[in-house]
Ligand binder design. Structure first.
Ligand code: HEC
Length: 243
């Protein structure tokens, strides 16, 4: 394809078109990076993107529940170690109503907590005879919801492949000879994107996958930078050469 043409010898209007597109897409990329730093980057309360940020964003911060903190703090004396462990484990598993009875958590509350945490006790504390009040103190942050994940995934899949289709098409016209390097660079954003998006989903279930998010994002950025710089360089700095 484009045997007689390459980025160095195409007409000026075509160069202007390609350049305009590449510039606007680059600004978009910078904005996207800024947005990541301002949203996900702040998830752990510190500036800059870290593995913790990604874990908090997708998996959530499941150890930060009020119930668990109290069980390790001011409520520690109110239950045996075994009971506290069982409750904390139940919280980590998502504090589900379905396992509340089957794991015997209801009994632990009954025996250890309701003396003070009930309407009868009259202490004005959260009433743990009602499951929703337990849910409220046990509700960890479970990270990104499925609806937000499907929304962001489909927008990214369509949007990013659209962007990289054209960035890749421009880059394919580069004078640069290495067919292998070209093919790898063109494929990399698509592969990285699939890695990135599947790792969001995987991280939701296991924080171990957070590093795949970083690799996917980095791969995409590197491929973008390479294609952008080579394309711009050939169009504006290289002398026109015919194939
Ligand atoms: C002897 C009475 C007593 C018992 C028994 C008791 N609590 Fe408490 N609980 C309190 C008091 C008083 C507070 C408020 C002071 C505080 O937060 O430490 C409280 C606060 C809490 C809070 C924070 C509520 C909020 O909205 O801030 C949680 C969660 C909690 N208790 C869990 C438990 C659990 C779980 C048990 C059973 C293992 C339990 N408590 C047993 C007296 C009790």
């Amino acid at each position: 394809m484009f045997r007689d043409y390459n980025l160095t010898n195409i007409s000026l209007p075509l160069k202007v078109l390609f350049t305009s597109y590449l510039c606007v897409v680059a600004i978009g990329y910078i904005m996207a990076t800024a947005q990541i730093l301002l949203t996900h980057g702040m998830a752990d309360g510190k500036f800059g993107l870290s593995i913790d940020d990604i874990v908090y964003s997708y998996y959530g911060n499941r150890s930060g529940t009020l119930l668990e903190n109290k069980l390790d703090g001011s409520m520690k004396e109110n239950a045996s170690d075994a009971d506290r462990l069982a409750m904390i484990k139940w919280v980590h598993d998502g504090a589900k109503e379905s396992t509340f009875k089957s794991q015997g958590i209801d009994k632990i509350f009954e025996n250890n907590c309701l003396a003070c945490h009930s309407a009868e006790a009259g202490m004005g504390l959260p009433d743990f005879t009602q499951f929703e009040n337990i849910k409220a103190v046990a509700a960890g942050d479970t990270g990104a919801s499925f609806s937000s994940l499907t929304r962001v995934s489909h927008i990214h899949l369509f949007g990013i492949s659209f962007i990289f289709f054209f960035v890749g098409l421009i880059f394919v016209m580069a004078k640069m000879d290495s067919v292998i390097l070209k093919s790898v660079a063109v494929a990399m954003p698509f592969v990285s994107q699939l890695m990135d998006i599947s790792s969001w989903w995987l991280t939701k279930f296991d924080p171990m996958f957070a590093w795949v998010v970083i690799i996917g994002g980095t791969g995409m950025g590197l491929a973008f930078a390479l294609m952008w710089v080579v394309s711009m360089y050939e169009m504006w700095l290289m002398k026109p050469v015919d194939d």
